[in-house]
Design a protein around this ligand. Structure first.
Ligand SMILES: [Zn+2]
Length: 411
């Protein structure tokens, strides 16, 4: 989906750019007679082709645009689009050939050259020719210095190869080109890249560089959460346990909804510091400020169960279950705590009442066409009106969770 949107963006940019650039070249001489160059663009095949393209019917779009291209073999944009369509269909070799042929045309304007190169670079990227893609995107920038699309693709290519320095430099260029209101977004990405540079420094045991990278990440974006986590780890390892806890608490101050990322760290290190009350107090503060925070309840419940207070733990865990009955993590702690109170009948009764109504135990069915959910088997989908599309939904087990997503190749 993201791919086809990106494709559309390129196509629209192309059409606007080329239509403007070519306006004065409307007529040209071919075989002794003047030909109206708009013909191809005004032919019903061209319009139909674009309509099919927008409705994502690629085969029909190719058919109509091929006919339109036949009317004016010189119409650059139609051939460009055709090449792009072949790429989207997975016929990358054909796309590369088409775009390379366009590149050999004499008298391409600078802008046209940049666009053809951009399409070719996308072909290379799709085909997995990383070096040729890098080279082509870089070449695009020679013709069109601030080409946003080429910069974004270059950044992604570098990221895929863990070349974080290069990715960082490109994101800085994008940030410099962006309007003020998008600044925060770019800062956030720079902070993620800064964090990656820190992790890379850690891999080569350069803890000083790593720490300063994590610190800059936090300076770039106060919500650079992974940077706080890692910075705290480094401080702890360097023997500054109190600083570490303070760093993790800064994360919580910035993003209380993500506090659970550092729960186990704060719990362990504050115990090390001899401050056993710090962690439960933190959890209670979080629960008070956000009454639906099921993770803080779970963490406090687990903590209380571990210090020999299973009964208090169960109260919290049951509250936690009310807010997220699907969380297996809660059920597991509940079972342990129930065992610790010798399956006290009242407690077990309460647990059964709480979970009886939970969606978790209903019978979930999902439409394979539009993902509409229903708690019973339906023969016609109320959302997409297709017949017989419901299958029983099962949540994958943790080990099956890593299944490859083939969406990108299916298009
Ligand atoms: Zn449906």
């Amino acid at each position: 989906m993201a791919d086809s949107l990106a494709l559309l963006a390129v196509l629209v940019a192309l059409l606007v750019g080329l239509a403007a650039g070519k306006a004065w070249e409307r007529y040209k001489l071919r075989e002794g007679s003047w030909i109206d160059r708009r013909k191809a663009r005004e032919s019903p095949h061209y319009i139909l082709g674009l309509n099919f393209l927008v409705s994502n019917q690629l085969d029909l779009a190719i058919e109509e645009l091929t006919t339109a291209a036949g009317i004016d073999p010189d119409a650059l944009e139609i051939h460009l689009i055709l090449g792009n369509l072949y790429r989207e269909k997975g016929q990358v070799t054909r796309a590369i050939q088409m775009h390379q042929q366009l590149l050999r045309r004499p008298r391409l304007t600078k802008l046209e050259h940049a666009y053809v190169l951009l399409c070719l670079a996308l072909d290379f990227r799709r085909a997995g020719f990383v070096d040729r893609a890098l080279e082509a995107f870089t070449e695009v920038l020679r013709f069109d210095t601030d080409n946003h699309y080429a910069l974004l693709n270059l950044e992604k290519l570098h990221e895929e190869q863990h070349q974080w320095e290069e990715a960082y430099a490109i994101r800085q260029r994008l940030a410099a080109l962006a309007p003020e209101e998008q600044r925060q977004h770019h800062q956030a990405i720079l902070a993620f890249l800064e964090t990656q540079l820190g992790l890379q420094a850690l891999e080569r045991q350069d803890e000083r560089t790593a720490a300063s990278r994590f610190e800059s990440a936090v300076d770039l974006d106060a919500r650079a959460l992974p940077a706080y986590v890692r910075l705290g780890d480094l401080q702890h390892r360097a023997g500054h346990a109190a600083d570490a806890v303070a760093t993790w608490e800064r994360l919580i101050a910035k993003a209380p909804e993500r506090a659970y990322l550092v729960f186990s760290r704060i719990e362990a290190v504050s115990r090390e510091l001899g401050d056993a009350e710090r962690f439960p107090a933190l959890c209670r503060r979080l629960i008070a400020s956000n009454p639906v925070d099921w993770r803080a309840r779970l963490a406090l419940g687990r903590h209380l169960a571990a210090v020999g207070r299973p009964s208090d733990a169960l109260d919290l865990l049951f509250d936690s279950l009310v807010h997220n009955p699907h969380a297996m993590a809660i059920h597991q702690v509940v079972w342990r705590a129930l065992a610790a109170v010798q399956f006290d009948a009242d407690r077990v009764q309460r647990y059964m009442e709480l979970t009886r109504e939970a969606v978790f135990y209903l019978d979930p069915h999902v439409c394979i066409r539009c993902r509409y959910r229903s708690t019973e088997l339906l023969w016609q989908c109320p959302q997409c009106h297709e017949w017989n599309t419901f299958i029983e939904e099962r949540i994958a087990s943790a080990e099956d969770g890593e299944e490859e997503d083939d969406d990108n190749d299916a298009g």
